[in-house]
Ligand binder design. Structure first.
Ligand code: SF4
Length: 280
């Protein structure tokens, strides 16, 4: 069996930065550290961080934090009001918001303060989008389905969730051009997502089976899965090598397997999967 790893797969810049920051903050302070929500959408990494005394808490838990507790903001970022709350509580806040996401937050704040309505092309339940919306007083119109847009304000600033699909961004913009008169649009889809999606798309055209590795709760991994399924019906989504189905390992008709991984999947999880497949 030939196993081919997609050209671009695994940790992106922002996720790697957040994990590296968490590890170095622990080295510096050597005490219990909290992250607001799981640092990244990957259970294996979250379990690893627990061994380093780094634990995930929820927004509601901020109330019980004490002065000089340490909280890490994950790469998805948080709403402005949560930053302010942490400041009031006098906790040590380590901001690991991906710099690309901070850039969107700043743009949204700037244009909201100048009188623009904000439209975020993305999933309203995704933490990154919830965070961005918190920089325009939670007033944004949020959708990634152009059919949902029937009216729009005259003056509008459009940004995108970093992991959004280019095609959805284009469809929404077509609608915006019809309804709004004064438009500022920033295509803030992260290139890390685009290159992973393109490589996965190309590879999935050429293999008998495609394995997408990453958290089941990771939106960019789920999108890779959707993209690969279009070319290769025999696509599976696993979190780690333990989930590789036995039937796949025993299927002699599968000669070529493609492997890709979401931006929140660490190298060690990818390597374990490749080793398991190669050892078949
Ligand atoms: S996908 Fe892009 S925006 Fe999101 S964390 Fe990674 S580098 Fe940052």
């Amino acid at each position: 069996m030939e196993v081919i790893l997609s050209k671009n797969a695994g940790f992106c810049y922002g996720v790697k930065r957040a994990v590296d920051m968490a590890v170095s903050v622990q080295e510096k302070y050597n005490k219990k550290i909290y992250t607001l929500g799981p640092l990244i959408h990957n259970n294996d990494v979250v379990s690893y961080l627990k061994t380093l005394n780094i634990f995930s808490i929820e927004i509601e838990d901020i109330e019980s934090l004490k002065k000089n507790d340490i909280v890490i903001i994950r790469s998805h970022g948080i709403p402005l009001e949560i930053f302010n709350k942490l400041k009031q509580k006098e906790v040590i806040t380590i901001d690991a918001t991906c710099t690309y996401v901070s850039n969107i937050q700043q743009k949204v704040k700037k244009y909201y303060d100048s009188g623009y309505s904000i439209l975020i092309v993305g999933d309203k339940n995704h933490p990154e989008v919830i965070g961005i919306n918190g920089w325009c007083n939670n007033s944004a119109i949020i959708t990634n389905d152009s059919d949902e847009l029937q009216h729009l304000p005259r003056k509008i600033c459009v940004v995108s969730q970093t992991t959004e699909k280019q095609s959805r961004w284009e469809n929404v913009l077509e609608k915006v051009v019809k309804f709004s008169k004064e438009i500022v649009a920033f295509n803030t889809i992260c290139s890390a997502t685009g290159v992973r999606q393109k490589s996965a798309y190309d590879l999935s055209e050429d293999v008998d089976c495609m394995i997408v590795i990453g958290g089941k709760n990771s939106s960019n991994t789920t999108k890779l899965y959707e993209i690969c399924t279009k070319n290769c019906r025999n696509t599976i989504h696993i979190e780690n090598f333990k989930e590789i189905p036995l039937e796949l390992l025993n299927n002699k008709n599968i000669k070529k397997i493609g492997v890709t991984a979401g931006a929140s999947t660490p190298d060690w999880v990818i390597n374990e999967t490749i080793n398991k497949l190669s050892n078949r």
